[in-house]
Design a protein around this ligand. Structure first.
Ligand SMILES: Nc1ncnc2c1ncn2[C@@H]1O[C@H](COP(=O)(O)OP(=O)(O)OP(=O)(O)O)[C@@H](O)[C@H]1O
Ligand SMILES: O=C(O)C1=C[C@@H](O)[C@@H](O)[C@H](O)C1
Ligand SMILES: [Mg+2]
Length: 171
């Protein structure tokens, strides 16, 4: 099964996803990294140079044209499910899992990690949490269309893999 992890920046798609893949002995693919190899620069640099709209086009193209092993854990970009038909495409081509966390928990994780995330550029303190609250409200309309929602706070690869096994998702 191809498992697409979706959720807000800082929800753990990359960190927890990589650990889950190790636990399951599945290959791990990070779409942000795939995009960076494709454009040959960092996403932050790309945003600065060409803007968000151009980035979303590349993101859509890379998502759909990448080759995925039969079984894999795929960490997607935080905005990926919210643009074009990316979410429908993921739902048709694998199992989507939403890693859900509160704005407060996300803000705590992201407070020192805004530099490499252009969407959060220059946001600090309360401003960061307010922005996350508003953005998450808009994005949850997409995230909640995932086949499966699991809690991102205090999540472990052990518990995550047990949920997947119990639901018979690891075919
Ligand atoms: N289970 C966890 N407990 C505490 N902190 C965590 C946990 N998982 C991730 N973090 C921290 O949160 C930050 C962001 O996590 P990560 O990069 O995995 O998120 P992401 O969902 O891939 O975000 P993005 O959409 O920006 O790629 C990192 O600093 C990481 O150390
Ligand atoms: O949430 C977002 O819009 C983004 C999240 C990151 O994973 C990157 O895909 C990029 O920084 C945009
Ligand atoms: Mg990531």
């Amino acid at each position: 099964m191809r498992i697409f992890l979706i959720g807000f920046m800082g929800s753990g798609k990359t960190t927890l996803g990589r650990r889950l893949a190790t636990k399951l002995a599945y290959p791990f693919i990070d779409m942000d990294k795939e995009i960076e190899s494709h454009i040959n620069m960092s996403i932050a640099e790309y945003f600065k140079e060409y803007g968000e709209e151009a980035f979303r086009k590349i993101e859509n193209e890379v998502l759909k044209t990448s080759t995925y092993p039969e079984s894999a854990i795929i960490a997607t970009g935080g905005g990926a499910p919210c643009f074009y038909d990316n979410l429908d495409w993921m739902n048709k081509n694998g199992l989507t899992v939403y890693l859900s966390l509160s704005p407060k928990a996300l803000a705590k994780r992201l407070v020192n990690a805004t530099d490499e995330r252009p969407v959060l550029k220059n946001l600090k303190g309360d401003e960061l949490e307010c922005f996350i609250t508003e953005k998450l409200k808009l994005r949850e309309a997409f995230y909640t269309q995932a086949k499966l929602t699991i809690k991102g706070a205090d999540q472990t690869p052990e518990r995550f893999s047990a949920i997947l096994k119990e639901g018979n998702y690891l075919k």
